[in-house]
Design a protein around this ligand. Structure first.
Ligand code: SF4
Length: 200
């Protein structure tokens, strides 16, 4: 599936932009103060073209770096949006409101820049789009979406994951074909031609 309709603003077609998790661009915003730099030629070209809008929902919500790791309990990002699940950090603090605030700020960025595609870092309670840690802080992953990924998808932003780890996830094995209609995974050489190709 290729999405390549230009974004029109008045009579001018604007260069289409993407939202991207700031940690994937090398920004040291992760809970442990590190980054998760994604090396990819296409990504680098988009960066040079000024297409990438970086966002870290957790930092934008005012959380510090480093910060205690957090996981979603009793559900996933949709549950947090609906008030049936909570984001709890390792110290036991309920940080759901911060995660909701960060997600809303990411959505505002998408709307401001007419963004239809987001490249998000997998397994994060904010950015994860296929897998999450299960809330036990034991390193066990389960299928699910983070709060930001869930909110963006509710508003029509297509979320792409940053690695092909999804191939190994239980969710992919179970309903990967269906899920890929909405969330294609990215690996080098794949995303520019088969997943999404901007035309402007
Ligand atoms: S909230 Fe998203 S952008 Fe920020 S560190 Fe976590 S995965 Fe990266």
């Amino acid at each position: 599936m290729i999405c390549h309709a230009p974004v029109w603003h008045g009579r001018l077609a604007l260069m289409e932009k993407l939202l991207i998790s700031a940690c994937l661009l090398g920004q040291p915003v992760r809970y442990d103060g590190g980054a998760k730099t994604l090396h990819d030629a296409t990504l680098e070209r988009w960066r040079r073209e000024g297409r990438l809008v970086a966002a870290c929902p957790e930092v934008q919500a005012g959380l510090s770096t480093p910060r205690p790791p957090a996981e979603i309990q009793d559900g996933g990002g949709d549950g947090v949006l609906d008030g049936t699940a909570r984001v709890i950090d390792r110290d036991g603090e309920d940080v759901s409101q911060s995660f909701l605030s960060g997600a809303k700020q990411a959505l505002v960025l998408c709307q401001r820049h007419h963004i239809r595609v987001a490249i998000l870092s997998e397994a994060s309670p904010s950015c994860g789009s296929h897998t999450l840690y299960d809330g036990s802080f034991t390193g066990h992953r389960v299928p699910g979406q983070g709060v930001t990924a869930a909110l963006l998808e509710r508003h029509g932003v297509r979320v792409l994951v940053s690695s092909n780890s999804i191939k190994r996830s239980e969710r992919y094995k179970r309903d990967g074909r269906d899920h890929r209609r909405h969330c294609a995974y990215i690996s080098e050489g794949l995303w520019s031609n088969k997943v999404w190709r901007p035309t402007t």
